[in-house]
Design a protein around this ligand. Structure first.
Ligand code: IPE
Ligand code: IPE
Ligand code: MG
Length: 250
């Protein structure tokens, strides 16, 4: 049996919650507003959710902010999303730091403007070592690219003689992923009624629980997060083993 397989943890609160923040565009459309207004309202929901996660004792919160496929959107919308990331870091970094949030950004640097890369590096350096909440922002992130990149780096290290092919196993592989050192998400929430991963953490969610809500991301509140945590509590996580719940043991 692989040593990494954890045992059942039905009533253990999730250490790591990951959210696919979807529905900003539909939220704006319903109000006859331009899509950018939905994205702005989405940033407000990010603020609320980060605070709520810290209050609720969640250790890791990962937010999907921009996928590697979101470049397919009109250039004006892409620019709006880039601008909002800039604004978020400018406006919120000090408060996040003061409240003990450590920021880590995962995703590719390709196609990102130089000033965004600098801001990301600054945010990570400024908050390094904070322990209240680890906030992971997936930006210009794609799970397939992440896995290919890990394979490419392993091939390079093998060719350079740093590792032998026999040493490549699951434990080594995950150290090459962008999420190295971060536990896999226990719970993935997707808003807006869509029920797909859209290339989000495809390796890391092998045994995650999923909660889908029709709520559009800008309407997401602490109460929605609490409801998702309650739903998570009712799940029986077996990880391929047998149920550890009292009823099933009898
Ligand atoms: C999520 O909202 C934000 C990002 C993908 C960046 P959408 O912009 O996807 O909103 P919908 O899905 O069009 O409603
Ligand atoms: C996923 O949402 C990406 C983010 C939330 C950042 P999308 O709206 O881009 O996903 P699809 O296109 O509906 O699959
Ligand atoms: Mg969407």
């Amino acid at each position: 049996m692989p040593s990494s397989a954890p045992t059942s943890s039905t009533h253990t609160p999730p250490r790591h919650v990951a959210i696919i923040m979807d529905g900003n565009g539909r939220w704006a459309k319903a109000r006859l507003l331009p899509r950018v207004m939905g994205h702005r309202a989405g940033v407000a929901a990010v603020r609320t959710t980060v605070r709520a996660a810290a209050d609720l004792g969640i250790e890791y919160l990962t937010l999907y902010g921009f996928s590697s496929e979101n470049w397919k959107r009109p250039v004006t919308e892409v620019n709006d999303l880039m601008g909002l990331l800039r604004l978020f870091i400018h406006d919120d970094l000090e408060e996040l730091h003061a409240s003990g949030v450590e920021i880590r950004i995962i995703g590719a640097k390709t196609h990102l403007a130089g000033d965004i890369i600098e801001l990301m590096e600054h945010a990570q350096a400024r908050t390094r070592g904070n322990t209240k909440l680890k906030l992971v922002i997936a930006f210009n992130y794609g799970g397939q690219d992440e896995i290919v990149e890990a394979a490419r780096r392993i091939a390079e290290d093998t060719a350079a003689g740093k590792i032998v092919p026999q040493a490549v196993d699951r434990e080594l592989f995950i150290t090459y992923l962008a999420t190295a050192g971060i536990p896999d998400p226990d719970l993935v929430i997707r808003t807006s009624g869509e029920r797909r991963l859209s290339n989000f953490l495809i390796w890391q969610t092998a045994y995650s629980e999923f909660v889908f809500t029709d709520t559009l991301w800008p309407d997401f509140t602490k109460a929605h997060l609490v409801a998702a945590l309650d739903e998570f509590k009712s799940r029986d996580r077996r990880f391929g083993g047998v149920s550890m719940t009292a009823g099933a043991r009898t």
